[in-house]
Design a protein around this ligand. Structure first.
Ligand code: ADP
Ligand code: MG
Length: 603
């Protein structure tokens, strides 16, 4: 007698089911996908006990004939593909023909389904994969599936389920994803007696507001880019909101929600230097491309995909995201709440979100963001920032540096209108057409120097000013290899450094834009900071520029002349990303005139 036996069908089906049905959310997901594939315009999901005891999904899609309804529960039974080649061009969400079979194997299923050419619905009841009842029932055209007592016959799986809040959170997130990707379909999610989600808007923007709270999309930048046979579009969280919003990430490939490390990396790298490392931006990204350029048959739950050409998709996503972040007006607006004069924020738990249970989404974190309408009230879309352009004279801040270009910056440099004032030797206050602009002088200068220094690596120009009295420094033996490694880059940046015998370096030139008085310490500080900065996303050059910018920039406490401030603003406006410093902190804050008018009771 051989030792190897084919498993009985009942066991085999339970094992197979485990691949597709891992938790209540998997059931919800598969059934919703079937409803979408059936052309439904409305999908209602109802769960009890986070789906453990009951999941009911009703759609108004095509429904099925009796013959199809019976066939649908067979393994590998599908109407969506017929040949192997069809797999290359799958346009539907389903195609593996496994979901209904798997769900039925590990639960008690009832289905009522009626197609257009029938007056009544087929009724089926299947327990643990065994057909128990076939009959007729009343039902609109469409399908209702009820899944009861999930994993009732697979105790190991049943015990593996998490507590209700966790399982429900998965369901909520899953339904939300479809609601975002399919705004032409109405979705509702009911848990017990409570309507938890109602998605009725027919735009992605509207759906995001319905899911994440009124005017949530005010904190997002919308973008759309077309490439060869690829389009990338969606919404990106503005950097200054990353700490106030939940950093959720959504990728949809041809409207299928997927998890993909490479694209994730592409977007995160687009946020480089815009947010603090460790912060998670919110984004929703739709990538549309021909079906045959992506393999969706990688994973039984279809959550992962493989791209034929991952590199070009990576590039497209990164450049689309980066471009839109850089172009958009990312200046945070300060709105003063009438009661306490602080940033106006609110927690969702206090807001009226009609039965939505944000506590379940993330029990540990109260969601905070700007009160939407306060922002909208204050936004004057006609004018963003308007500064005057200072006379073209040299300022100590810009010593040796060419003055900025002639063209209008994205921020819209207008006619001379500025009144510039330095507040506590720390902030520069400037009048703009729509109100007041507050600039953090250190952060602004850091940004300017950072970008300028990065550019120097690609320039041939001489950026060194010779020191009258060269400085010699003793380098720690432990630091010597680091210093040797970065000397070529430091030279490019404008330092003139020579390594002498043993552990002595001599600095006889420093970058032209270095403020007098800092030459002695700056190099040691740069080396120290460079060693400490372990932001892996930065290249060594970027790290060097970041620490150099931080050290070379004016500090809070430095008094600036009007000329210096004007020059700084002028240079800032030429920067690629004037809104945040290289560490991700904001550089500028707007206080709209309207906001002041409100405070003074003028409106
Ligand atoms: P797949 O979706 O991969 O084809 P399923 O097991 O999920 O496999 O479904 C089997 C078949 O049952 C589908 O191909 C489809 O023809 C039919 N079906 C399932 N759900 C519905 C529904 N809600 N409305 C109409 N037909 C459905
Ligand atoms: Mg399916």
């Amino acid at each position: 007698m051989g030792k190897i036996k084919v498993l009985p069908q009942e066991i085999a089906s339970k094992i197979a089911a485990g691949e597709v049905v891992q938790r209540p959310e998997s059931v919800v997901k598969e059934i919703i996908e079937n409803s979408i594939d059936a052309g439904a315009r409305s999908i209602e999901v109802e769960v009890k006990d986070a789906g453990k005891s009951l999941i009911r999904v009703t759609d108004n899609g095509s429904g099925m004939s009796e013959e199809d309804a019976l066939a649908a529960f067979e393994r590998h039974a599908t109407s969506k593909i017929t040949t192997y080649e069809d797999l290359e061009n799958v346009a539907s969400l389903g195609f593996r023909g496994e979901a209904l079979y798997s769900i039925a194997a590990v639960s008690q299923v009832e289905i009522k389904t009626r197609s257009v050419d029938s007056d009544t619905a087929v009724y089926l009841r299947i327990d643990g994969g065994k057909r128990e009842e076939v009959g007729r029932a009343a039902h609109e055209v469409g399908t209702t599936i009820i899944v009861k007592n999930l994993f009732y016959n697979t105790p190991a799986r049943r015990n593996f389920m998490k507590a209700n809040p966790t399982e429900f959170r998965h369901i909520y997130q899953s339904v939300s994803r479809y609601a975002i990707a399919f705004p032409e379909i109405e979705f509702s999610l009911v848990s017990g007696e409570e309507v938890v989600l109602q998605a009725r808007s027919n735009t992605v923007r509207g759906r995001l507001d319905e899911i994440f709270g009124d005017r949530f999309t005010d904190s997002l930048v919308e973008f759309e880019e077309g490439y060869d046979h690829l389009s990338v579009k969606g919404f990106l969280g503005k950097p200054e909101y990353t700490k106030r919003t939940r950093g959720e990430q959504f990728f949809f490939i041809n409207r299928r929600y997927v998890v993909n490390k490479a694209i994730n990396h592409a977007v995160f790298s687009a946020y480089e230097n815009l947010i603090d490392k460790g912060d998670f931006p919110f984004f929703v990204i739709f990538i549309d491309l021909p079906a045959n350029e992506v393999d969706v048959n990688v994973h039984p739950a279809k959550l992962e995909v493989k791209f034929k050409d991952e590199r070009s998709i990576y590039g497209a996503v990164r450049s689309a995201a980066r471009g839109s972040l850089v172009r958009s007006d990312l200046v945070p607006e300060l709105t003063l709440a009438a009661d306490n004069g602080r940033f106006a924020t609110r927690t969702t738990t206090e807001s009226s979100r009609g039965g939505i249970v944000p506590v379940m989404i993330n029990p540990n974190q109260s969601q905070r963001y700007f009160e939407g309408d306060q922002i909208a009230d204050a936004v004057d879309p006609l004018f963003s920032l308007r500064f005057h352009r200072p006379d073209d004279k040299m300022s100590p801040l810009a010593s040796g540096e060419k003055r900025g270009g002639e063209g209008q910056s994205d921020l819209g440099i207008g006619p001379r209108a500025s009144v510039i004032y330095q507040l506590h030797n720390k902030y520069i206050i400037s009048q703009i057409l729509t109100g007041l602009l507050v600039i953090d002088q250190h952060a602004a200068h850091e940004r300017v120097i950072y970008e300028r220094t990065l550019k120097r690596f690609n320039e041939q120009a001489e950026n060194t000013q010779q020191l009258l009295f060269p400085i010699s420094l003793n380098i720690d033996a432990a630091d010597l290899t680091i210093v040797q490694e970065i000397i070529p880059d430091l030279n490019k940046m404008g330092f003139s450094i020579k390594l002498f015998s043993g552990s002595t370096v001599v600095v006889d030139g420093v970058p032209v834009d270095l403020k007098a008085g800092r030459e002695n310490t700056i190099l040691t500080e740069i080396i120290e900071d460079y060693k400490r900065d372990n932001d892996l996303r930065l290249t060594p050059r970027e790290k060097l520029c970041k620490t150099y910018a931080c050290k070379a920039a004016v500090k809070a406490g430095d008094s600036l002349t009007i000329d210096e401030m004007e020059s700084l603003i002028d240079q800032l406006l030429q920067a690629e990303v004037p809104y945040v410093c290289p560490h991700g902190r904001p550089v500028l804050v707007k206080i709209p005139l309207l906001e002041l008018d409100k405070r003074f009771g003028r409106i």
